[in-house]
Design a protein around this ligand. Structure first.
Ligand code: C5P
Length: 246
C-alpha cells in the first residue's frame, strides 16, 4: 500500500488571483456565489475537509489580500498572498508562503470548486512514485487541429491525449526546482506539470473527474449550479443547454 505523507508535511497552494475576464459580473469570479457560497470558499472547504492538507497559501488579487476572510470554521489555516501577473507567478508567491515543514505541495485552482472527495489523496498517492502527479482526464472527443481557426486541417489521434486538471502534486523541492528553471529560461506554462516535465521529472497521470471542471465562463457557472442543485437533492435540475444544445 502506498503511504501518504502526514498532513503537517502537506501544503496547498491555491491560485485565485486571475481577473476572471471571461465571467464578467458585479464581483470578481472567485467571489461569485455558487449555490449560495462564494466559489473560492467552496474550493477551500473541499481542500480542507479531506484532512490531507495542513496549510493553505492562497494567491489573491493584490487588492483583496488585506480584506480576505477565510470561511468560518475552516479546519486548516489559510495565508493570503498577492498573486502574480500569470498563474505561474501566483503559484511562486503561494509556494514561498508555505511553512518550512511542508515537503509536499498540492496546487489546486481556486476556480475548481467541485473537487471530488478522494482526488487529493489519489494524487498524493500517485506522486509517491516519481515525486509528481496530476489529476487528468483521457480525451474522449475527436480532436481537430484548425487551420486559421476556421477549418479542420487535421484530426489528431487522441489515444494518448489527456486533459490536465488540478490537483497537481509535487515534492516541494522538485516544484521549486522546476519553477526556478522556468524562470531562468523565461518559460511560462499554464500548469505545474509542464514545468516539471521540462525539468525532467516524470509526472504521473491520475484519473480526475469531469465534475472537477474549471469555472471560466457563464456556461460553466450554470453547469456547476445545476450539478449542485442535483447533488444537494434540490430538485431534478438537468444540465442546462450549452451553446443552445443539450
Ligand atoms: O487563467 P486560468 O484559467 O488558467 O486560471 C486558473 C487559476 O489560476 C484560477 O483559479 C485563477 O484565479 C488563477 N490565476 C492566478 N493568477 C493569475 C492568473 C490566474 O492565480 N495571474
Amino acid at each position: 500500500m502506498t503511504s501518504i505523507p502526514p498532513t503537517e508535511k502537506v501544503g496547498a497552494v491555491v491560485p485565485a488571483a486571475g481577473g476572471g475576464e471571461r465571467l464578467p459580473g458585479p464581483v470578481a469570479k472567485q467571489f461569485r456565489e455558487l449555490g449560495g457560497t462564494p466559489i473560492l470558499h467552496r474550493t477551500l472547504w473541499c481542500l480542507a475537509e479531506e484532512g490531507r492538507v495542513g496549510f493553505i497559501a492562497l494567491a489573491l488579487p493584490a487588492a483583496e489580500v488585506a480584506s480576505f476572510e477565510p470561511p468560518a470554521g475552516l479546519p486548516v489555516p489559510v495565508r493570503p498572498v498577492a498573486g502574480g501577473t500569470e498563474r505561474q507567478y501566483s503559484v511562486v508567491n503561494g509556494l514561498s508562503a508555505l511553512p518550512p515543514e511542508v515537503e509536499w505541495v498540492i496546487v489546486h485552482d481556486g476556480a475548481r470548486p467541485l473537487l471530488p472527495p478522494g482526488l487529493v489523496e489519489a494524487c498524493l498517492a500517485g506522486a509517491q512514485e516519481t515525486g509528481a502527479a496530476i489529476a487528468a482526464l483521457p480525451v474522449s472527443d475527436t480532436v481537430k487541429r484548425a487551420n486559421e481557426g476556421e477549418f479542420a486541417e487535421a484530426t489528431v489521434p487522441r489515444g494518448d491525449l489527456w486533459l490536465a486538471q488540478t490537483p497537481q502534486v509535487a515534492r516541494r523541492e522538485l516544484l521549486e526546482r522546476a519553477l526556478a528553471l522556468a524562470a531562468a529560461e523565461g518559460f511560462e506554462g499554464t500548469d505545474e506539470a509542464v514545468l516539471l516535465e521540462a525539468a525532467g521529472i516524470r509526472v504521473k497521470l491520475v484519473p480526475g473527474s469531469k465534475f472537477n471542471f474549471k469555472i471560466t465562463t457563464p456556461e460553466d457557472l450554470a453547469m456547476a449550479e445545476a450539478y449542485l442543485a442535483r447533488a444537494q437533492g434540490g430538485g431534478t435540475a438537468a444540465p442546462p443547454p450549452v451553446g443552445g444544445v443539450l
